[in-house]
Ligand binder design. Structure first.
Ligand code: MN
Length: 195
């Protein structure tokens, strides 16, 4: 057993239906994320980060250690934000107000977010984050990047690595991104924003 553990999914492997199939989840969580956890555990000895938090490793290490730690943090946020039983298709409260303020409308926000995901060249992640004043920003992060490395607070992310969608959507990344809104658990995203 290493220091870092593979997160348990908060839903069944078949809970996300056709948006993310059981087969994709089994590979994505059980193979890809598990490999990042094993890789990071294998890199800790002698690194100087043996006692560090995941966030510190993501922000202060480099190379393979930073990449594997980043992928763990990114996937933990990614998998935790979904639900197979969506009770609210849009955010409410302070987050809803901030989206309207900073993007004009929820629809405009979704359009920009999807576009930034579709146009990210190669592998990476598109993120919604808040800055220290609560202002919302969408960023593209390549490979294992996470907005905390820029001092932002990450709220929502779509994984645009091919392993996230290729079994279900092949090359149709935009179709995958537009389907993901059906399974976002906005209660989770709201709780990340309320700080
Ligand atoms: Mn992934």
């Amino acid at each position: 057993m290493g220091k870092f553990q593979l997160m348990a999914l908060p839903y069944a492997m078949d809970a996300l239906g056709t948006v993310i199939s059981k087969q994709t989840l089994e590979f994505h969580h059980g193979k890809h994320l598990a490999a990042y956890v094993n890789n990071l555990n294998g890199l800790l000895d002698g690194s100087g980060f043996e006692e560090a938090s995941l966030e510190d490793i993501v922000c202060k290490s480099s190379g393979g250690m930073q990449n594997n730690a980043g992928q763990i943090m990114n996937h933990e946020m990614y998998f935790a934000q979904f639900t197979g039983n969506q009770s609210k298709p849009a955010p409410a409260g302070a987050l809803a107000e901030a989206i309207k303020r900073d993007f004009g409308s929820f629809e405009s926000f979704k359009d920009e977010f999807q576009k930034k995901g579709a146009t990210l060249f190669g592998s990476g992640w598109v993120w919604l984050s808040a800055d220290k004043d609560g202002k919302l920003i969408i960023t593209q992060e390549t490979n294992a990047g996470n907005p905390i490395q820029k001092g932002l607070k990450p709220l929502l992310t779509f994984d645009v690595w091919e392993h996230a969608y290729y079994l279900d959507y092949q090359n149709r990344r935009p179709d995958h991104l537009s389907a993901l809104w059906q399974i976002i658990d906005w209660k989770v995203i709201e709780s990340r924003y309320n700080f």
